[in-house]
Design a protein around this ligand. Structure first.
Ligand code: GAL
Length: 396
């Protein structure tokens, strides 16, 4: 069964756009297989838009561009499979892809059969150039059925950017993931607003069908196809990756894996964060509140001072994991360092309960021991802290 956990992999679009070749795919497959990505769960290698000729052949079949893919797509799929990975491709529900290549409107069953023959395991299905009077839901359903009829197990990655409130119906038409927003760009505002726009919808995302908030830009540093705005800092990439992990959404890498710098590779391979993303229960994060800076909170009594809310600037989340474990995360959206106070009462553990959390910092691996009532941590501007926690009974 596919998509029991949020799908993980790599997609060519964010860095390469139109500049895709067989060689790039082979090199990326080698790196995914040999440098720890596959081991951590990144298994789908997906070619996005711009892979085909501008015309179908005489039988109406899509034709891979022979300059980019001289050995055809079956050969690419075979290579990817030989590395123990799965192979993904791209088409579109409209009459042309976003970049102007032929797409699958009224060719759904023919194209799905061709993809199956090539050995495709994943289809990203876009929404550009969709006929005005056509029925969006029905068209995604048709491709879903065409994939089911193809005789091959193919993950259906529907990409209609949240049109017609995709979170309400994509699961019921058989999609395994559905893009819920417009495209990500490699800057702080873009990924933050994408995440925030879906916060209320993650409760409709879970095993077998996930809200897809787009491919990651972590490690791109404004190189490539989606570089708009101010380049991200390392702290911002920590925020992006950990937010995607907390949300339990697909983790599709977008950086050039041949050139990624060691600290970004380490971030993308962080086992604790990946475990949080892949947690079997796939519960959405709960926003426990935003707290002002430097407020005194009593750890003696069950007394908490009235606190000033600062919505959207200091965010604290708790995410329930399986096995009575939890992830706790603090995000500083200010530009300067701020103390963030996480109050356990807001996470359902008032002082009087007698319980606290034993906490491990997932970025440093440091064990912080048991905290009770609250903890305060200085978080640099545009950065975050994430902890994996266990409930512990405290001695009075
Ligand atoms: C957009 C889609 C992107 C990428 C691009 C290709 O519609 O959201 O993720 O696939 O098309 O042209």
């Amino acid at each position: 069964m596919i998509a029991q956990k949020p799908p993980m992999g790599w997609n060519s679009w964010n860095t390469f756009g139109n500049n895709i070749t067989e060689e790039l795919i082979f090199q990326t497959a080698d790196i995914m297989a040999e440098e720890g990505y596959k081991e951590r769960g990144y298994e789908y290698l997906v070619i996005d838009d711009c892979w085909s000729m501008k015309e179908r052949d005489a039988s109406g079949n899509l034709v891979p561009d022979p300059e980019k893919f001289p050995h055809g797509m079956k050969a690419v799929a075979d290579y990817v499979h030989s590395k123990g990975l799965k192979f993904g491709m791209y088409s579109c529900a409209g009459v042309m892809t976003c970049a102007g290549y032929p797409s699958s409107y009224d060719h759904e069953f023919q194209d799905a059969e061709l993809f199956a023959q090539w050995g495709v395991d994943f289809l990203k299905y876009d929404y550009c150039n969709f006929p005005e009077n056509a029925d969006c839901k029905n068209r995604y359903l048709i491709m879903s059925m065409a994939l089911k009829a193809s005789g091959r197990e193919i993950l259906f990655s529907a990409c209609n950017w949240g049109q017609e409130d995709s979170w309400n119906w994509m699961r019921s038409i058989g999609a395994h993931m559905y893009r819920s927003t417009g495209d990500i760009f490699d800057n702080f505002k873009s990924f933050m607003s994408i995440f925030q726009s879906q916060l209320a919808h993650f409760c409709q995302s879970g095993p077998y069908c996930y809200n897809d908030i787009d491919m990651l830009t972590v490690g791109m540093y404004s190189q490539g196809n989606v570089a708009i705005g101010k380049p991200c800092t390392d702290g911002e990439y920590r925020m992006q990756f950990s937010l995607w992990c907390l949300a339990g959404v697909p983790l599709m890498l977008g950086a050039d894996l041949r050139r990624i710098i060691p600290q970004m590779k380490e971030l993308l391979l962080n086992q604790d964060l990946i475990d949080i993303n892949q947690d079997a229960e796939c519960r959405p994060p709960f926003l426990t509140g935003s707290r002002s800076v430097g407020v005194e909170v009593s750890d003696k009594e069950n007394a908490i001072e009235p606190l000033e809310m600062l919505p959207d600037k200091l965010l604290t989340f708790i995410k329930h994991l399986s096995g009575n474990e939890f992830a706790i995360a603090c995000y500083n959206l200010y530009e300067e360092t701020q103390d963030i106070t996480f109050i356990f009462a807001d996470a359902g553990i008032p002082f009087a309960s007698g319980y606290g959390f034993s906490m491990k910092d997932v970025f440093t691996g440091e064990n912080l021991g048991v905290k009770r009532d609250y903890f305060t941590v200085p978080v640099p501007g545009h950065d975050c802290r994430v902890y994996r926690c266990r409930l512990v009974k405290c001695e009075d």
